[in-house]
Ligand binder design. Structure first.
Ligand code: SAM
Ligand code: DTB
Ligand code: SF4
Length: 327
């Protein structure tokens, strides 16, 4: 059986070894791209991309010390902190995102973990966005099991919580919560029946071995995350990781390709960092199996390509937008 045919019958594996993943990263580029594209088309229409629009519903002043983040109170980035947004303003932004073509609305809050009172307000936002016919995603930091159940009851479709990097490199990036804390939150989300959105960041000064470690950690979770965001670090002045050496775009494309091969049924998201990326690098990411992206002029606190530019890029590549799965 040749590789593309075999991929059709593959069940997703959760027993990938580090050696296997190292070997995938080490393949000649053409071979890696061929394998990733073959796996991609065995499971998805390779010309369709899902689009999510982000909104920071509570910005800055975060007690965590994530070394890449503009929103940590420990990083002197000049960002102005603000309180949780009012629901009407959130729903107005969601309507505009829907009109621009986004199928999912993703709300992020700079919290270590939500207070129960804040969670009530977020649940009302989820209900409101869902009523617009959009899929919903939130990222609020660590959750307890009852909080995950509460979010599920509000109709939440996805929870984003990233592993960020390899277990070994993690302590160089964040010290205020552990890798295990993150795994625990992911378990609560999974157990509540919410789709998991979990990925990481490339370009934080990590080694090739750390990129292998990140993909290994994601691909050996008890279930593959339904959505795997691969972010290229957005370098932010005043953050420790802001001083990282620039990322080789080919290493980024390889990371997307290995995520696609190891997690064949997951949506792989070409996430932060597109503003600094050429159209050609983005095209290679789609060829390597990325099939979702953030859409709209802002990520959380940093710029993203404007929707008109993305529509033009998608038209040049013959890419169409995926409709929401409900609504
Ligand atoms: N506070 C919540 C948390 O960290 O769980 C949710 C928001 S946080 C900003 C969501 C994710 O965005 C982080 O886990 C990280 O992977 C990504 N992110 C944050 N700043 C970034 C940057 N400068 N470049 C690339 N990705 C970034
Ligand atoms: C994810 O993996 N990337 C998004 C989303 N999940 C929440 C956030 C990217 C943030 C980029 C930096 C900023 O705009 O602050
Ligand atoms: Fe806070 Fe999230 Fe930024 Fe970490 S990534 S500092 S938890 S907002």
């Amino acid at each position: 059986m040749n590789a593309p045919t075999r991929a059709l019958h593959d069940v997703p594996r959760s027993d990938w070894t580090r050696e296997e993943i190292t070997a995938l990263f080490a393949l000649p580029f053409a071979e890696l791209m061929f394998r990733a594209a073959s796996v991609h088309r065995a499971h998805f229409d390779p010309n369709q991309v899902q689009t999510s629009t982000l909104l920071s519903i509570k910005t800055g002043g975060c007690p965590e010390d994530c070394g890449y983040c503009s929103q940590s109170a420990k990083n002197d980035t000049g960002l102005k902190a603000s309180k949780l947004m009012e629901i009407d303003a959130v729903l107005a932004d969601a309507s505009a995102a829907k009109a621009a073509g986004a199928s999912r609305f993703c709300m992020g809050a700079a919290w270590r973990s939500p207070k129960d009172k804040d969670l009530d307000a977020v649940c009302a936002m989820v209900e409101g966005v869902r009523a617009l016919g959009m899929e919903t995603c939130v990222t609020l930091g660590m959750l307890t099991a009852p909080q995950a159940i509460r979010l599920k009851q509000s109709g939440l479709d996805y929870y984003n919580h990233n592993l960020d990097t390899s277990p070994e490199y993690y302590r160089h990036v964040i010290t205020t919560r552990t890798y295990q804390d993150r795994l625990d939150t992911l378990e609560h989300v999974r157990d509540a029946g919410i789709n998991v959105c979990c990925g990481g960041i490339v370009g934080m000064g990590e080694s090739a071995e750390d990129r292998t470690g990140l993909i290994h950690a994601l691909a050996t979770l008890p279930a593959h995350p339904q959505s795997v965001p691969i972010n290229a670090l957005v370098q932010i002045e005043g953050t420790p990781q802001g001083l990282s050496a620039p990322l080789d775009p080919i290493d980024f494309v390889r990371t997307i390709a290995v995520a696609r091969i190891t997690m064949p049924r997951s949506m792989v998201r070409l996430s932060a960092g597109r503003e600094e990326m050429s159209d050609e690098t983005q095209a290679l990411c789609f060829l390597a199996g990325a099939n979702s992206t953030f859409y709209g002029a802002r990520l959380l606190t940093t710029p993203n390509p404007v929707a008109d530019d993305d529509r033009a890029l998608f038209a040049r590549l013959g890419i169409t937008l995926m409709p929401p799965s409900h609504g």
